[in-house]
Design a protein around this ligand. Structure first.
Ligand code: CU
Length: 322
């Protein structure tokens, strides 16, 4: 087992652990088959050489060896059959085991893919407990979660290698994936279907944490955005909630209520900016707000051309949206 930030060999959830077991079984069976083929090939070559070395070819020798060769051939075909049936059965039970997680999800998350970011909505039976975030998913360890998947534009693919396999997001259709995380950690998800020039910069920060930590995170996400405290933050608040930014972005508890770009209510609490393009830091925030097109060319956030005072204010305000 290899653990890491982004690896399909980590086995940090039931699904990826099942896949890892299946992968290991396939590797062992195929390696044994390969070894038998190579050994048989070598034996055949050596046998032919030995025959060539013996200058006098014994009459009838070929005929004598035929039943042995035939027996080996029948055995080999039987072994292939048993191997294939065995692998099919192993695949079936892996699939069944993964499917049982879907039977009783205790958490539902709606993820909508956009070029090139992830809109994440935590649904709850109480409307007041629903909230949206972007480019990050938090999951409580040991709790089966169902993630429904939609796309607003082209075909994307949802993939968190440490936790589960890939699932396509197709415009006009709703697909889903089930995950039962078994270990805490921070992982990287990645769009796995080429979806345009910034496909590589369409990542997802995934945090699997204890139930208590998850509930703390949910409680923080449900709160409206913090109010500005300093004059600079207040200037940023005014700019962000009344000018270009608010047409696309939503910030809970403020007049900014755009719905077509990532929700920024708790933006500064995230690990990265622009779907994993840049690590979250004040310096990167300056770079991103000043000129998003040079940081992630082709993305839908325009370079506005803020004055230095406006830039300082906007960054100060965004930086306090924890
Ligand atoms: Cu993509």
């Amino acid at each position: 087992m290899i653990s890491g930030f982004q690896t399909a060999l980590g086995g940090e959830a039931l699904e990826s652990s099942n896949f890892l077991t299946l992968f290991t079984v396939f590797m062992i069976v195929c390696a044994i088959m390969y070894l038998i083929v190579v050994l048989a090939l070598m034996a055949g070559v050596l046998r032919k050489r030995r025959q060539a070395d013996e200058l006098t070819v014994e009459v009838g020798r070929h005929e004598e060896s035929t039943p042995m060769v035939r027996g080996a051939l029948v055995g080999w075909i039987a072994l292939i059959g048993i191997g294939l049936v065995g692998l099919t059965i192993a695949s079936f039970f892996t699939d069944r085991s993964n499917a049982t997680v879907a039977a009783n999800p205790q958490l539902t998350i709606n993820v909508t893919a956009n070029q090139w970011w992830w809109d994440v909505e935590y649904t709850d039976h109480q409307a007041s407990n629903q909230f949206r975030t972007a480019n990050e998913i938090h999951l409580p360890v040991g709790v089966p979660a169902e993630i429904t998947l939609e796309s607003n534009d082209v075909i994307h693919s949802f993939w968190i290698p440490n936790l589960a396999g890939k699932q396509d997001l197709i415009p006009g259709r709703v697909t889903d994936i089930q995950i039962l995380p078994q270990k805490t950690g921070t992982f990287r998800g990645q769009c796995a279907e080429f979806c345009g020039v910034q496909h590589a910069n369409m990542a997802l920060d995934v945090t699997v944490e204890s139930k208590a930590d998850f509930e703390r995170w949910v409680a923080a996400q449900e709160r409206p955005a913090f109010a500005p405290m300093t004059r600079l933050e207040l200037a940023g608040y005014k700019y962000v909630t009344t000018r270009e930014c608010s047409a696309c972005h939503n910030i809970g508890g403020t007049p900014a209520s755009g719905q077509i770009a990532p929700d920024l209510t708790h933006f500064a609490s995230r690990r990265s900016i622009a779907a994993g393009t840049l690590p979250m830091s004040t310096g990167n925030l300056y770079g991103w707000v000043a000129d998003p097109q040079s940081q992630k060319p082709g993305n839908k956030m325009p370079t506005i051309g803020l004055s230095p005072d406006e830039l300082h204010a906007v960054v100060a305000y965004l930086g306090m949206l924890k």
